[in-house]
Write a protein that binds this ligand. Structure first.
Ligand SMILES: *[C@@H]1O[C@H](CO)[C@@H](O)[C@H](O)[C@H]1NC(C)=O
Ligand SMILES: *[C@@H]1O[C@H](CO)[C@@H](O)[C@H](O)[C@H]1NC(C)=O
Length: 677
């Protein structure tokens, strides 16, 4: 070693002056021992700010980002192709969820979607004679409990849970829970909550239990909230910090299951009274950090199949939901019955993706707490670990939270692929998902477009001061532009697709008797489906005529109700859908990229009609909570895509387990292509 160094030195001396060698050597040593830090660089050390909680989720358990498209063709985030021969690229099950770093999350703001690992030190309830939101606007938090600078510094500032326990009384007086959240390690933190009557106390009792002075019950005989603070963070084991430490409190309205990761305190603070349409009120809490599991990136099966189930117009409410137009008896909890039906459909169909096509929430005064309804609407889908996407209908934000807030909430649910989309165009939730091949080439084989068709363009104030919507909204020009831009960014693939390692897939395209050869392959964009809620006017236009049978290409029910389209439009069908071609080369067949547009909105309309070569379909109402017809079974539409994206088959499955109107929309066995007359 010394010898070789000496020789290197002598060699260097022969070329450079001794002084230069000395300086160079010093630089080398400085670099090796001082400057060079073998870590992942400053990027990895950056803490993710509270604004980026979606990003935090994304980094855990692989990624959903790969399923997204707005990456502009960037490298896939997950699994480089074929790291190992036996593990599929989408199989990104991370062993243990990473622990959240909540060091930079804000302590003084209530946001139940933040992965806070910090605990709460104190809880107080206040009664306030004006709405606290209003009070905050006027003069700081007027309804907050009193405090001192020292208390704030030591125990944390008061944080209001902006969910008025007394909201159903219709009175101005609000009842608010406040807590202090602290990062300090030497303060006893809350690990248990109880709701108790005046005469009761927690048992076994210990001085670690505290009773909140103001009753937690908005009315009736008083109930009190008790909380236990026994150990400081320092005294807790890592297991206790994850399993015992209460890290967030929320309120649930109605008797359904609480938000993912939350549990209810054993007793409601207000019980439901059906006759006066009052819902139960529950205090809920989260222990530790519960990261919702992520959907694996969307992909075809190895034999080239992908199945989508459309769930249209659930119309769920804070409460049990009221049965509408169904002979089902007894029918007392329509939301629960609908979920039970949907669960059965899912178990029979086993789709790879569920798309909620709008009006998940009933609005109309019964979905006034969006968070309580969003907690349950997708539950049977997420329980089955099925990835899902959603668009908004006209009712979703009629009452309760805004679309922007609802998107955030939906993104925080398990297996969600929902995206907010660009902020500078009409609507919330305009986005694209790509479905890729199962082989290591990860070829993009199917595109799914999701658009927000809005709610109402016009309304009037009624005599009672309520906004009464009078006209539906439509897809606007900026959304058309956005769609064409997204479409033009999609790379053509060689179609029909042949997976890696497959030698002869000609048989897929041949007939049984082997008479037909595989079609010549061509460069074209993958087939696409599009989902939005309110149908286009073209859904009610004349259908294409099948050149062979001379029949209208229109299958299913569309006579039971009138047009659900908006009165106005900006030409999305002609200026958008019909402009997006599979290929820029006219010679390449020149088919439309969008094979199917599918809507909800009209519960007893469930046809598929081909107009100028594009299928316009309806899901058909699937919910007992939405209007229907007594003689019209609830149903769900399925898109069964095969041949690596080439063939699109559809049918509906009814509540009586019938499969109706099975038909092929594109690919082998589909009607002849549209020809301009
Ligand atoms: C993922 O890979 C593991 C190990 O190869 C396998 O046991 C598991 O079944 C795979 N999961 C899926 C969803 O394919
Ligand atoms: C419907 O309600 C029953 C009884 O409360 C409950 O056990 C069941 O889980 C609910 N079903 C769904 C799908 O929520």
């Amino acid at each position: 070693m010394a010898f070789s160094l000496f020789r290197v030195g002598r060699f260097l001396r022969s070329i450079f002056s001794p002084a230069a060698v000395f300086v160079g050597f010093c630089c080398l040593l400085t670099f090796i021992f001082i400057l060079y830090q073998p870590n992942a660089g400053p990027g990895a050390k950056q803490r993710v700010g509270w604004q980026s909680w979606e990003v935090i989720y994304d980094n855990v358990g692989g990624s959903a980002t790969d399923a997204s498209v707005n990456t502009g063709g960037g490298a896939p985030v997950v699994g480089t192709p074929s790291q190992s021969e036996d593990v599929d690229w989408w199989n990104v099950t991370t062993s243990t969820p990473q622990t959240m770093d909540s060091a930079s999350l804000p302590l003084d703001e209530w946001d139940p979607m933040l992965p806070h690992a910090t605990g709460l030190s104190e809880i107080v309830i206040t009664k306030c004679f004006i709405d606290p939101w209003f009070a905050e606007v006027l003069a700081g938090d007027f309804c907050a409990p009193s405090t001192t600078k020292e208390d704030d510094a030591y125990n944390g500032k008061w944080v209001r849970i902006p969910r008025n326990l007394n909201v159903q009384s219709g009175m101005m007086m609000s009842l608010n829970i406040y807590y202090r959240r602290t990062r300090r390690h030497d303060i006893p933190l809350v690990t248990e909550l109880r709701i108790m009557r005046d005469s009761e106390s927690p048992s076994p009792f210990s001085p670690a239990w505290h009773r909140v002075e103001q009753p937690v019950s908005p009315s009736g005989s008083p109930l009190y909230l008790w909380y236990k603070t026994e150990k400081t963070l320092l005294q807790m084991t890592p297991a206790e910090r994850q399993n015992d430490l209460i890290t967030e409190i929320d309120i649930l309205f109605g008797d359904d299951k609480p938000w993912y990761g939350f549990e209810r305190v054993d007793r409601p603070v207000l019980e439901a009274k059906p006759i006066i349409r009052r819902e139960s009120v529950w205090v809920t809490y989260r222990k530790g950090v519960k990261v919702p599991p992520q959907a694996p990136p969307l992909h075809f099966s190895h034999d080239g199949r992908f199945k989508i189930m459309q769930v249209a117009d659930l119309h769920f409410s804070v409460s049990a939901g009221a049965c509408r137009d169904t002979p089902l008896a007894p029918c007392s909890n329509s939301d629960n019955l609908t979920s039970t039906l949907l669960a059965r459909m899912l178990d029979m169909e086993r789709p790879d993706l569920v798309v909620f096509s709008g009006d998940q929430l009933n609005g109309q005064g019964t979905a006034w707490d969006s968070r309580s309804v969003l907690a349950k609407f997708a539950r049977v889908v997420t329980d089955r670990q099925i990835p899902w996407a959603a668009v908004f209908g006209n009712h979703d934000d009629e009452d309760g939270a805004s679309r922007e807030h609802q998107i955030k909430y939906m993104q925080g649910l398990p297996y969600s692929l929902v995206q907010e989309g660009p902020k500078d165009i009409h609507g919330v939730g305009n986005y694209v998902l790509k479905v890729k091949s199962a082989d290591a080439s990860m070829t993009h084989l199917l595109t799914l477009y999701f658009l927000d068709s809005g709610a109402y363009s016009k309304g009037a104030l009624s005599w009672f001061g309520f906004f009464v919507p009078t006209e539906y909204d439509w897809i606007h020009q900026d959304q058309t532009d956005w769609f064409l831009q997204e479409s033009s960014a999609i790379d053509p693939i060689e179609r029909p697709f042949i997976p890696d390692g497959a030698k002869d897939f000609g048989h897929i395209w041949g007939r049984q008797d082997g008479s037909q050869m595989a079609p010549p392959r061509r460069l074209a964009k993958p087939n696409a489906l599009m989902f939005f809620h309110i149908p286009l006017q073209e859904s009610y236009a004349a259908a294409d005529i099948d050149p062979i049978t001379s029949q209208e290409l229109n299958v299913g029910e569309n006579d039971l109700e009138g047009s659900g389209a908006a009165k106005q439009q900006e030409g999305f069908f002609h200026k958008g859908i019909l402009q997006a071609m599979e290929s820029d080369h006219v010679a390449a067949g020149n088919a439309h990229e969008i094979k199917v547009v599918t809507n909800g909105h009209c519960h007893v309309t469930e046809n598929c009609k081909r107009v100028k070569g594009v299928w316009l379909c309806f899901g058909g109402g699937g919910s007992y909570s939405g209007y229907g017809r007594v003689v019209f079974d609830r149903r769900f539409r399925v898109y069964d895509i095969s041949d690596y994206g080439e063939t699109i088959r559809t049918y509906k499955r009814t509540e009586h387990d019938e499969i109706v109107d099975e038909m092929i929309l594109a690919g082998r066995g589909a009607p002849a292509p549209y020809e301009e007359i």
